[in-house]
Design a protein around this ligand. Structure first.
Ligand SMILES: Cc1ncc(C[n+]2csc(CCOP(=O)(O)OP(=O)(O)O)c2C)c(N)n1
Length: 200
């Protein structure tokens, strides 16, 4: 799927409408802030202020767009690499960095913005996300649960229980887009390959 090509030209696709100009400008602002945030967090690591900072330089749009489509009552289940998505949900950047600084808590109240703590043990966010999605289904709530990360086997309950749990991850050199799309299909979660983007 390509909506804007490498030259910045809009590519019409009847299935998807571009947001209006105000929305695009607001999200572009988020992208610029995200790139700057990535730079600064990297500097804080080198200064010894943060224990670690997994960067999303070159992948900012995946972070911003995925968080932007969620409604206030929806849930986000991020990994260690998804600080920008958490900011897009409205969490203060200083609070976002609390866990990466090495503190014992995640820095924000997950129930306020409906953002779970960042998961560092791989795939542990998935059973939690599926559980919240399943609970919402049982309660008859209109809640979408967005989870980040590429761990299809752990998402299997999502397809068997038909929970409203979606996923996103940018293709990286170690996980080519084709591979990601195929593995998601094998667990019943359809994958869409978006236009290629830079990655680190
Ligand atoms: C359960 C578990 N095993 C091993 C690790 C060590 N580890 C940290 S990052 C990583 C690679 C993850 O790659 P990917 O899922 O593609 O995410 P990315 O960091 O590229 O966003 C591994 C193996 C971990 N965090 N958790």
């Amino acid at each position: 799927m390509t909506l804007i090509d490498a030259d910045g030209t809009v590519v019409a696709d009847d299935r998807y409408q571009l947001p209006d100009a105000d929305e695009l400008l607001a999200r572009y602002r988020s992208l610029v802030i995200a790139r700057r945030f990535n730079e600064q967090a990297g500097a804080l690591v080198r200064q010894g202020q943060l224990a670690v900072y997994p960067s999303t330089t070159g992948q900012e749009a995946c972070q911003v767009a995925a968080a932007a489509v969620l409604r206030p009552g929806d849930w986000l289940f991020p990994t260690y690499r998804d600080s920008v998505a958490i900011m897009e949900r409205g969490v203060d950047p200083v609070e976002v960095l609390t866990l990466l600084r090495g503190d014992w808590h995640c820095g924000y109240d997950p129930t306020v913005r409906h953002v779970a703590p960042q998961a560092t043990p791989l795939a542990t966010q998935l059973p939690h996300a599926v559980g919240v999605g399943y609970a919402a289904t049982l309660r008859g709530e209109d809640t979408v649960v967005m989870r980040y990360g590429e761990h299809p086997p752990a998402a299997a309950p999502r397809s068997s229980r038909r929970t409203p749990t979606g996923s996103t991850r940018t293709p990286t050199p170690t996980t080519p887009a084709g591979t990601a799309a195929r593995t998601r299909s094998s667990s019943g979660v359809p994958g869409i390959r978006c236009c290629a983007c830079e990655s680190t």
